[in-house]
Write a protein that binds this ligand. Structure first.
Ligand code: PBG
Length: 342
């Protein structure tokens, strides 16, 4: 009889007693035991909350495809930031929608542009909040591309020069960190150089290092009004099928001076997050993007899933995969839950 029992243990233990089964349930029997052996714990400190700033006054408009997410004027964004900070979330990332768009995205590097104004207002009222800025041209160009366009080509080097200029204006307005999201080659080193030359050598860069050409950005493009008018982003963003290439992208950004590396999107790319973390051991961020948010919101609103539970489960999965930081539209909801359970 004894020998018919499957040996579910391994190594030394099974050598001592081959018939003993491993009772993995022992440490799952009560709440205190479960929390003692928990390997991954979400914290408010992990979150970066994305915000969309638009021109105007007292303007607050919900994004249709992203319930609970708003386009906000500068005065409203300052109020929002005060709330974010009071919830214990350390950082926001700003996206701007300018008054005017043009071929070269000049609103992006206007020292008095929408994001630059928002940075100044936030740093004045909520100085402790870490203000990160998204550095890209897509919200500022009339064609919706992330750089300058010549014919049907999205030009690399001339666009990089403009991105560097944009990053500098963000720094000069008081940003605490810049985050280039364009995926052009050489932009991290160009930004590092211009910052260093202007005495911002201590300003960190969080690079969107492995950013995929993803269908999950759909709702964001509603929020940021940045859908390309023609073509797509596949000549610069990565092919979702590749992960060795992601390591080369990340390595390149580290060599160029990135302080934090990001994988984006998060949920379909947990394997990439894990590989990046294991290979480089860098502070690693995951962008829980708009489509990931909207899917959970929509299913939750329909009563098909338990939204708060699925929210916490997906955020935990990103951290378990190796993310130290999570950019997420759920930051406020998750922080509220974490604050309750304290
Ligand atoms: C580009 C940018 C995008 C997102 C962040 N930065 C959109 C894109 O590449 O088209 C997407 C974020 C999201 O979907 O939540 N400025």
């Amino acid at each position: 009889m004894k020998n018919e029992q499957p040996d579910t243990t391994s190594g030394q233990r099974s050598a001592i007693n081959p018939t003993r089964i491993a009772r993995l349930r022992r440490t799952r029997m009560t709440d205190p035991l479960r929390s003692m052996v928990r390997e991954t714990e979400l914290s408010r400190n992990d979150f970066i909350y994305p915000l969309f700033v638009v021109p105007g006054q007292k303007f607050r408009k919900e994004v249709k495809s992203m319930p609970g997410v708003y386009q906000l004027s500068v005065d409203e964004i300052v109020r929002e930031c005060a709330e974010v900070y009071s919830l214990g979330i350390p950082a926001v990332i700003l996206f701007g929608i300018p008054e005017h768009k043009d071929e070269v995205g000049s609103g992006a590097y206007d020292p008095d542009g929408i994001v630059q104004r928002a940075i100044r207002a936030i740093k004045k009222e909520v100085p402790q909040l870490v203000v990160i800025t998204d550095v890209c041209l897509c919200e500022y160009t009339s064609h919706g591309h992330c750089g300058i366009v010549a014919g049907d080509e999205i030009v690399n080097d001339a666009s990089v020069a403009l991105l560097a200029k944009e990053a500098l204006t963000h720094a000069e307005a008081g940003a605490d960190m810049v985050a280039p999201s364009d995926m052009f080659d050489g932009r991290v080193s160009a930004i590092r150089r211009i910052l260093d030359e202007n005495h911002f050598e201590n300003l960190p860069i969080m690079s969107y290092a492995a950013k995929y050409a993803s269908g999950f950005y759909g709702p964001f493009r509603d929020a940021a009004e940045s859908t390309p008018k023609f073509g797509d982003r596949r000549s610069h963003q990565m092919d979702p099928a590749n992960s060795n290439e992601a390591l080369r992208e990340v390595e390149q950004d580290i060599l160029e001076g990135a302080d934090i590396v990001m994988v984006k999107p998060a949920l379909s790319y947990l394997d990439v997050i894990r590989r990046v973390k294991d290979r480089f051991g860098m502070p690693t961020a995951a962008y829980n993007v708009s489509g990931e948010y909207s899917m959970i919101k929509a299913a939750g609103m329909n009563g098909w899933i338990d939204e708060p539970r699925v929210m916490m489960e997906t955020l935990t999965s990103m951290k378990r995969a190796g993310a130290d930081l999570i950019l997420t539209y759920f930051a406020k909801d998750a922080a509220k839950l974490l604050n309750q359970s304290k």
